[in-house]
Write a protein that binds this ligand. Structure first.
Ligand code: SF4
Length: 201
């Protein structure tokens, strides 16, 4: 068996035809960011801008995500960002469970390579694919669970916040919780001094 590496990951994503989504795209969108980041963010799938550029979270939702990270003093280039599916679903529809399942082979390799200590699942599709197919994001968002030494929290997808700004209050609670978890685990020590004031109001 070939040794798992970023080169192998990129080759496998580029060559992948495991589901029908690849038939409609301009570019694969494997994900990008700090490949040694303690924090990994996983969204649903590429949108139009992402498909055009081959980069994850660069459209309006991605710009909001960047601002949300900046609000907890976390530069976006210090995290790793990817999606459940690496090909854009037609008309931005939600990926089917079968498509999400097919693409998990890439997500597993990616997670193995990054080895994040904390994972944030952005939106229902990511939460269902990673945690539980029956999960309800409105009920479970903001709740942490540990799996094999990795802390995982689902929250709203930034595109949901663009559609319904009222959700931003809860999303901000989740971002503060994320910051608290990173501090608790001693991650990003150059950004978060141990005795740093947690009052973000
Ligand atoms: S979405 Fe994933 S599984 Fe489907 S073709 Fe694209 S890379 Fe392969």
């Amino acid at each position: 068996m070939a040794e798992i590496s970023w080169d192998l990951f990129e080759q496998q994503v580029e060559a992948c035809r495991l589901c029908g989504l690849c038939g409609h795209i301009q570019h694969k969108v494997p994900g990008q960011g700090d490949r040694k980041a303690p924090l990994m963010l996983i969204g649903e799938g590429p949108g139009q801008v992402e498909d055009e550029q081959g980069l994850a979270f660069v459209g309006p939702a991605g710009q909001l995500l960047t601002r949300m990270l900046e609000a907890i003093q976390l530069p976006r280039e210090r995290v790793y960002i990817c999606n459940i599916v690496k090909c854009r679903p037609p008309n931005n529809r939600v990926p089917t469970p079968e498509e999400a399942e097919a693409c998990k082979i890439h997500l597993r390799m990616q997670t193995w390579l990054v080895r994040p200590k904390v994972i944030v699942l952005l939106g229902s599709t990511a939460a269902k694919a990673v945690l539980d197919p029956e999960i309800r994001i409105t009920r479970e968002r903001g709740r942490w669970q540990e799996r094999k030494g990795t802390w995982i929290m689902p929250t709203y997808h930034p595109s949901a916040l663009l559609r319904d700004p009222a959700k931003k209050v809860q999303a901000w609670e989740d971002m503060k919780s994320l910051r608290g978890k990173l501090i608790e685990l001693g991650l990003y020590p150059d950004l978060y001094a141990p005795a740093q004031d947690l009052n973000l109001e």
